[in-house]
Design a protein around this ligand. Structure first.
Ligand code: HEC
Length: 112
């Protein structure tokens, strides 16, 4: 029963520029549906927290892009759409996740 301590920890997590940290904590016990259908794996927390902050994850899930194209898309997100620039590790994590789950293969298999 130390609500103050808890708040301090949360503030610290947010101050570190990691909006995903809060989502991660909240999502720990969440079912798959609560992730808007994002498949599990490293990077899901980040994609859910960072990308879902501005738009539906549908817009992300319906893409099927190569790793390079994902990287370009995220550059564009930062330069034109106001996404905060991610540090290199987070960016790699996010791109790896996207390329793995929403890569060119997934686009092919999702085609009608
Ligand atoms: C600060 C807000 C913001 C954040 C954060 C953000 N986006 Fe976006 N994103 C936008 C906006 C605004 C658009 C719509 C642009 C348009 O259609 O003109 C968009 C569009 C897109 C599109 C559609 C591109 C297309 O060709 O139509 C994709 C894919 C996308 N975002 C992926 C992501 C991913 C992946 C992340 C997380 C790493 C992310 N976005 C984070 C604002 C954001």
């Amino acid at each position: 029963m130390r609500p103050l301590l808890h708040r301090a920890a949360l503030a610290l997590a947010l101050a570190c520029g990691a909006p995903a940290a809060a989502a991660e904590t909240a999502g720990q016990a969440a079912s798959a549906e609560e992730w808007d259908g994002l498949p599990g794996g490293a990077g899901r927390d980040e994609v859910y927290g960072i990308c879902g902050a501005c738009h539906s994850l549908m817009i992300v899930k319906q893409q099927g892009l190569s790793r390079d194209a994902w990287e370009e898309t995220l550059d564009w997100m930062v330069e034109e759409q106001g996404m905060p620039e991610l540090d290199r590790d987070t960016l790699d994590l996010v791109i790896d996740y996207l390329a793995e789950h929403y890569g060119v293969d997934s686009r092919d298999s999702a085609r009608p």
